[in-house]
Design a protein around this ligand. Structure first.
Ligand code: HEM
Length: 300
């Protein structure tokens, strides 16, 4: 966890600093990054080796998993398997965990939504079983809570791309934003965190962001008047990215969110030990600063 958190912090600082490879040569971050990267590679290589030797000796009593599939795939190099696992560590574990933590923090300020989630599960869920993957659309309240959490706490709060061609970003007259010329090689930076909380840009069906209520947590932003879940078009909602690099795990993440919250909230009350404002760290993903201790009580 410490290794991932440190890599996360240093990677995020590189987004702001075009000269990071020069500054890191003189400050301690460069050395730290190398050490942490080697440590992480060591952990991942160890996981791969253990799985491989269990498979070879046919003592593999672990369930078949994604790593088993990678190891059985012909012509996959060890480097590719390792990089795939590292990518999943950041792209799937960190993101889902952060979405759960921030939703808990928000839900505790708006407990009526916890009540609505429980009610939805009591109507839609099946006693003693997990939600089914095919049932996602039957949980509009849970989906709205996830999307609202990601709107305020996007798991990738800031991001960047290097332009591969010359282009022009179109003007948005409704928001008084002029066209912007982008040259091949330009570094384009954006922040979902700032965009989706912006109260100044008023609502526009195509470009408008979230208008006057942008800063408050209200899952109703994603529900129609009849209570159906409304998936806002990109780029209005950008929590799972957009275009060819959009998140391929969005559906799985939604399912995990529903399955985890439905099974926990139906049996437990989960309350933060300390009621205080929470802040993110300056990381590549939206990690919460400090510890977030909770009290868990069984609902009789
Ligand atoms: C709440 C959970 C999640 C959120 C909010 C989320 C969000 C995102 C976002 C915003 C991107 C685009 C990053 C960019 O444009 O640079 C992305 C990419 C990606 N996500 Fe997710 N993600 C989540 C969960 C998952 C899960 C569970 C998986 C896999 C099991 C996953 C796999 C990936 C992969 C592989 C990419 C890279 C796609 C590419 O570059 O072609 N994500 N995710």
């Amino acid at each position: 966890m410490d290794t991932v958190a440190e890599l996360n912090r240093i990677s995020a600082s590189r987004i702001h600093n075009a000269y990071w490879n020069i500054t890191e040569a003189v400050d301690s971050d460069g050395k730290m990054f190398k050490a942490m990267k080697n440590q992480l590679l060591g952990i991942i290589n160890d996981i791969i080796e253990k799985k491989r030797s269990k498979k070879l000796n046919q003592t593999n009593d672990d369930p078949e998993d994604f790593l088993s599939t990678l190891l059985e795939t012909p012509n996959l190099s060890d480097d590719l398997i390792r990089d795939t696992l590292i990518m999943l560590l950041f792209a799937s574990r960190d993101t889902t965990q952060n979405a759960l933590v921030w939703s808990l923090s928000e839900l505790n300020q708006k407990p009526d939504w916890i009540g609505k989630m429980r009610e939805e599960w009591s109507i839609q869920g099946q006693e003693g079983s997990l939600a089914r993957y095919s049932d996602l659309q039957r949980f509009p309240i849970h989906l709205a809570v996830l999307y609202e959490t990601l709107r305020l706490w996007p798991v990738i709060p800031k991001n960047a791309r290097i332009a591969t061609i010359d282009t022009v970003l179109p003007a948005i007259p409704e928001a008084k934003l002029p066209a912007v010329k982008v040259d091949k090689g330009d570094y384009v930076f954006w922040s979902d965190y700032s965009m989706m909380r912006n109260t100044k840009v008023t609502f526009h069906p195509k470009y408008g962001i979230w208008g006057e209520t942008a800063e408050s947590f209200d899952p109703a932003h994603h529900l129609s008047p009849t209570g159906d879940f409304m998936r806002s078009p990109q780029p209005k909602f950008h929590g799972f990215g957009a275009g060819p690099r959009a998140c391929p795990g969005a559906q799985l993440a939604s399912y995990q969110f529903i399955a985890i919250w439905a099974s926990l909230l139906s049996s437990f009350n989960i309350m933060p030990v300390e009621q205080k404002e929470r802040y993110p760290t300056d990381g590549l993903t939206m990690m919460m600063e400090g510890t977030f201790m909770v009290k868990i009580a069984f609902i009789k």
